[in-house]
Structures are given as structure tokens and as C-alpha cells.
Design a protein around this ligand. Structure first.
Ligand code: NAP
Length: 251
């Protein structure tokens, strides 16, 4: 494959069948990357994101992989590089709110699943991304962006404390990993969105209240997170690593 055919290389966006991940996938395809539109269950959603990208002349493919299943993740990284070229970036976006309940009412199995999807999955994806991109492994360097949450700073509300704790762990992971791999050409940052207009936000009973009390006067749009991710992985952010960027409309 020639460099021209590879474009800017491959990017994997986990959880890109809708919402924030879909907006990130579309923006990164517009930026010239070949994009893996990852999903766990919503094949139709992922295929419609791929179709939208291809209709604009971009390169994309849908890949089913549960980020909590290490075998799925390994297969996804192999396919991405075989079909789209060398990996340039990973966006760990897939996430779940989990069970919304007080800690004394949480089911232990649900808590384990929450940790697997929101923490272990991104770490396993990062492991494969570092293998692919690190100059220590013969790679060209690259970028990892983890989608955390404002909840990591507030501690969560309405039964989402365990969710908030997973996002706090993701911010800490971002910071530590950035130091570990900076000498090998990989930058690692996180984005912490406030409430963003997606299916996940629609399930939050406090969405109207958040909009009413937001200094900017509304909740956010997925494309506003996508623009931040695009900038973070671009050369314009070449001296930024280990940072967490809050995108929340203030407060
Ligand atoms: P969403 O609308 O619920 O979409 C979630 C996406 O993740 C879907 O594409 C879903 O695909 C995928 N996904 C879920 N579990 C997966 C798994 N185990 N493996 C692979 N993919 C999986 O969520 P969103 O609002 O766009 O949120 C995206 C990210 O932003 C999440 O990490 C979330 O915590 C974070 N965030 C969101 C908000 C907000 O207000 N919306 C605020 C702060 C942070 P399938 O349906 O195919 O499984």
C-alpha cells in the first residue's frame, strides 16, 4: 500500500455507531484518516456512519468488537491495520452509564461489567495501540484520546457515582500513560464532556436542569467534542500530552 493510499493512516474510534463516537468518526474521516467505526451491538448504526463517511469520499469500515472482550479487541486492531494502514490514533470513546442506583443497591455483577467496559476495555485498547504506534516497537508514533466525563470532577449524581469513578480512573490512566509513552512518540490526552445531546443524555432525568443552569445556556453537541478530539490528535497539539480538556459550556 502506498503512502497516498494510506492517507493519514488509520484511526480506531470505539463506540462509534451513534452519539459522540459517530461525530468523532465523521470528523476524523473528514480530516483524512481511514476510520474504524467500532460498535458492540448496533450494526445498522455503524453501517450508516460508514455510509455517510463514504458518501463524502472518506474511508471507513465498521468493526464489531465488545471492548470488554480482549479477543475482539485484538482482532479489531489487526483488521484495522491490514485494511486501513498503519495506526495513527486511538479514540477510547465507548462507554456505559451502568446501573443507576445508590451504592447500597448496586448489583456486583453490573459493577464488574461497568469497570470492564469503561476502564479495562480502554486499557486493553491502549495496550494494542501502543504496540502498533510506539517507536520502541518500530511504529511511527501517534495519539490516544480517552473520552472521560465532567462526572469525574463532580463525583456524579442520581445513582451514577460508580460511572463517575470509572471516568476518574480514565483521567488518571491518561496522565500516567502519557508519561510512560511520551519518549516513544505517543501523546495521550483525555476529553471530559459535560452533558452532550445523545441517547445517553436523553436517559438522564436532569438534562433540562443542566441546560437551564449552564452558563452557555444549553447542553453540548457531539460535533463540539469531535472538534476537540480532532485538534488533540493533530500536529497543532504537538506539545500537549497528559492533559484533560473539559468541554462543558462552563461551570
Ligand atoms: P451513547 O449514545 O450511549 O453511545 C455509546 C456508544 O458506545 C455506542 O456506539 C455503543 O454501541 C458503544 N458501546 C457501548 N458499549 C460498548 C462496548 N462494550 N464495546 C464497544 N462499543 C460499545 O453514548 P454517548 O453519549 O455518545 O457517549 C460516548 C462517550 O462519551 C461515553 O464514554 C460516555 O461515557 C462519554 N460521555 C458522554 C456524555 C453525554 O452527556 N452524552 C457526557 C460525558 C461523557 P452499541 O450500541 O453497538 O453497543
Amino acid at each position: 500500500m502506498t503512502t497516498a493510499e494510506q492517507g493519514q493512516g488509520a484511526v480506531i474510534v470505539t463506540g462509534a455507531s451513534r452519539g459522540i463516537g459517530a461525530a468523532i468518526a465523521e470528523k476524523l474521516a473528514d480530516d483524512g484518516y481511514g476510520v474504524v467505526v467500532n460498535y458492540a451491538a448496533d450494526a445498522d448504526g455503524a453501517e450508516s456512519v460508514v455510509s455517510a463517511i463514504r458518501a463524502r469520499g472518506g474511508r471507513a469500515m465498521a468493526v464489531r468488537a465488545d471492548v470488554a472482550a480482549p479477543g475482539d479487541v485484538a482482532d479489531m486492531f489487526q483488521r484495522a491495520q491490514r485494511e486501513l494502514g498503519p495506526l495513527a490514533a486511538l479514540v477510547n470513546n465507548a462507554g456505559t452509564v451502568g446501573e443507576q442506583a445508590r451504592i447500597d443497591e448496586q448489583d456486583a455483577d453490573e459493577l464488574t461489567r461497568l469497570m470492564q467496559v469503561n476502564i479495562v476495555g480502554p486499557m486493553v485498547c491502549a495496550k494494542h495501540a501502543v504496540h502498533a504506534m510506539s517507536t520502541a516497537h518500530g511504529g511511527n508514533g501517534g495519539s490516544i484520546v480517552n473520552i472521560a466525563s465532567l462526572a469525574a470532577q463532580t463525583g456524579g449524581r442520581g445513582g451514577t457515582v460508580p460511572y463517575a469513578a470509572t471516568k476518574g480512573a480514565l483521567v488518571t490512566f491518561t496522565h500516567g500513560l502519557s508519561n510512560e509513552v511520551a519518549p516513544e512518540g505517543i501523546r495521550v490526552n483525555s476529553v471530559s464532556p459535560g452533558l452532550i445531546d445523545t441517547d445517553m443524555a436523553a436517559a438522564a432525568p436532569w438534562a433540562k436542569e443542566v441546560a437551564a443552569h449552564s452558563p452557555i445556556g444549553r447542553i453540548g453537541r457531539p460535533d463540539e467534542i469531535a472538534a476537540t478530539v480532532s485538534w488533540l490528535i493533530s500536529p497543532a497539539a504537538s506539545f500537549i500530552t497528559g492533559s484533560d480538556i473539559t468541554v462543558s459550556g462552563g461551570r
